[in-house]
Design a protein around this ligand. Structure first.
Ligand SMILES: C[S@@+](CC[C@H](N)C(=O)[O-])C[C@H]1O[C@@H](n2cnc3c(N)ncnc32)[C@H](O)[C@@H]1O
Length: 245
């Protein structure tokens, strides 16, 4: 059996690392470090800093290139091909573990939320898997805006911008949107009392928070987001949309 830990490292702030995650980092012998290219080298730096602070001497770092998703064809086909390539890369990494070694993936935020590492590693035969939860961008967003995600007894949905664009959120009262590259909040601009709580680079040095009625702040969020993206070459943002009930 090969031992693998999937460790949630929180969504940006090194202080989001839990005591359980620190202990798991200390126990691992080999860390699988994703290389997502120049643009996102800041994310790699966050992982490396955590290892410098908490990893034990003698740990090994194994870098792997994250395959690019083909966005030209149908969404489902692109995702399936990308997942297949990632799965092959993970198998290779796990095969490279020596006898008795524990390998670890440091997963951004919480591994249970919009992340394929758990499901891909579970498909690999002969792996004993441990999963450590992390603070997701959703929790960071709520804390930084000093709000609860739901009002009393209300449901809250976590969804993607692609689904929002397809109209799936139109009947919801509170929902969190992730993976948005196209200012999906503008869909709600004509709703007078609908609010948005938006966060970019949550927990990181560049963190930006904006909130208000969508009809009033939509343009400002779009402008600030575009400027930040141009400055850094990338952006990650998450937002809660809340309708009047
Ligand atoms: C592939 S998902 C990973 C989510 C992650 N597992 C989590 O628990 O937060 C990536 C999306 O998470 C959100 N995200 C992650 N980190 C963020 C951060 N520091 N600030 C804002 N949004 C973030 C963005 O919506 C981004 O598009």
């Amino acid at each position: 059996m090969r031992q693998v830990s999937i460790i949630g490292i929180g969504a940006g702030n090194p202080d989001y690392l839990t005591i359980q995650a620190v202990a798991a980092i200390r126990q691992a012998d080999v860390f699988f470090i994703p290389d997502k290219g120049e643009d996102k080298s800041a994310l790699k730096a966050v992982r490396e800093e955590m290892l410098a602070r908490h990893g034990r001497a003698g740990r090994r770092l194994v870098e792997f290139a994250v395959p690019e998703r083909d966005r030209t064809g149908a969404y489902g086909d692109g995702v399936a091909d990308w997942r297949g390539a990632l799965s092959e890369a993970y198998r290779e990494l796990v095969r490279g573990l020596g006898e008795g070694e524990r390998g670890a993936f440091l997963v951004w935020g919480d591994p249970a939320l919009y992340d394929g590492t758990i499901s891909i590693v579970q498909e690999i035969q002969g792996v004993e898997l441990e999963v450590i939860p992390g603070i997701s961008a959703v929790q960071a967003l709520a804390a930084r805006h000093r709000i609860a995600l739901n009002r009393v007894g209300e449901a809250v949905t976590i969804t993607t911008a692609r689904r929002v664009r397809a109209g799936e959120a139109d009947g919801l009262s509170s929902f969190v949107v992730m993976l948005d590259s196209e200012a999906g909040w503008k869909r709600f601009i004509s709703e007078e009392d609908t609010e948005i709580f938006w966060g970019g680079y949550l927990g990181m040095g560049e963190e930006i928070l904006l909130a208000g009625r969508v009809c009033e702040v939509a343009g400002e969020i779009e402008r600030v987001r575009a400027e930040a993206r141009a400055r850094n070459g990338w952006i990650m943002d998450t937002y809660l949309i809340r309708r009047r009930v």
